[in-house]
Ligand binder design. Structure first.
Ligand code: NAG
Ligand code: NAG
Length: 281
């Protein structure tokens, strides 16, 4: 009971957390993360209160006169642990744990210090795929320039940024390269001198990076056979467009028919009801 009063009082008089720049902490989905209290030198901690402040206000852990408590109703219930040095450890972190934490420290003389931490949780980047699309016309002659689209996509990972490089370490000149879709798609104009050049896509976030490399020139030389045709973006358009129009038409006709049908049925049932009773009296 006394402890609750103390908490209420301390929280009430706690200075705004913005008083000091928030410390940035990153975590990885499924792993544990440690939030340090960063106790000032010579500060004899008597009490400490760990709170989750945003997006929701929750009490996570307290430390009063030598005893730690973490069993508060918060999203961290059962996953939090308060160490003797007042480091708060949270296990099995989830993307939704991202937010702002604060710790209020009280020393033996009743002075307070507040620390604010910004926790950002990321999912590791993985399963990167790089695909090459060439156009029919640019593929016909091997002695000519060839235009390719390279697409790079990480199946897993949050806050992923994509970047590209050439294995010959040349910068991607703007006259022969363009980036689309926030760097996920690279357009490149190749000529026979680029025959040996590979392109590397790197996908990265704050906790991980992954990269994949391909030599696109050989896609320019292949004859458009059945397997290749699948990778041709023009062919994809030629198939997808008519197919989607057809599907739309079928759906529209189906809708019309079912409307008509249900309309007829409704009329039929109405006439059933209004038919005079022909039973003999
Ligand atoms: C606090 O204690 C924990 C557990 O003993 C340890 O892993 C961590 O590194 C310590 N942190 C600091 C800042 O001393
Ligand atoms: C990561 O992406 C999410 C969702 O798009 C966003 O809310 C968050 O601010 C991003 N985090 C960082 C550190 O960019």
């Amino acid at each position: 009971m006394v402890a609750w009063l103390v908490i209420a009082l301390l929280l009430h008089q706690a200075p705004p957390a913005a008083a000091r720049a928030a410390q940035q902490v990153t975590g990885v989905v499924g792993r544990a993360v440690s939030l340090g209290a960063d106790i000032p030198l010579g500060f004899q901690v008597r009490d400490a209160i760990w709170r989750y402040q945003a997006p929701a206000e929750e009490l996570v852990a307290t430390y009063f006169r030598g005893s730690a408590e973490t069993l508060y109703q918060s999203r961290f219930y059962g996953r939090s642990r308060l160490h003797g040095n007042l480091t708060l450890e949270i296990s099995q972190v989830e993307l939704g744990d991202s937010g702002i934490f604060s710790v209020l420290l009280v020393n033996t003389r009743g002075q307070t210090e507040t620390r604010s931490l910004h926790l950002a949780i990321y999912e590791v980047v993985s399963q990167l795929t790089l695909r090459v699309f060439t156009s029919e016309s640019s593929r016909s002659g091997s002695a000519r320039a060839c235009e390719v689209f390279l697409t790079c996509l990480a199946a897993d990972g949050t806050n992923v940024t994509y970047s590209w490089g050439r294995t010959d370490d040349e910068v991607l000149s703007v006259d022969k390269h363009s980036l689309f879709e926030a760097g996920q798609v690279l357009w490149a104009k190749l000529d026979p001198s680029d025959g040996q050049v590979s392109y590397t896509c790197t996908a990265a976030n704050a906790v991980s990076r992954d990269s994949v490399t391909t030599a696109p020139w050989h896609h320019c030389q292949r004859k458009p056979d059945a397997e290749d045709a699948l990778y041709d973006y023009r062919n994809i358009l030629l198939i997808v467009l008519p197919l989607s129009i057809l599907l739309l038409a079928v759906a529209a006709i189906g809708l019309l028919l079912s409307r008509k049908h249900s309309g007829k049925q409704r009329m039929k049932s109405l006439s059933d009801v209004s038919e005079p009773d022909t039973d003999p009296v």
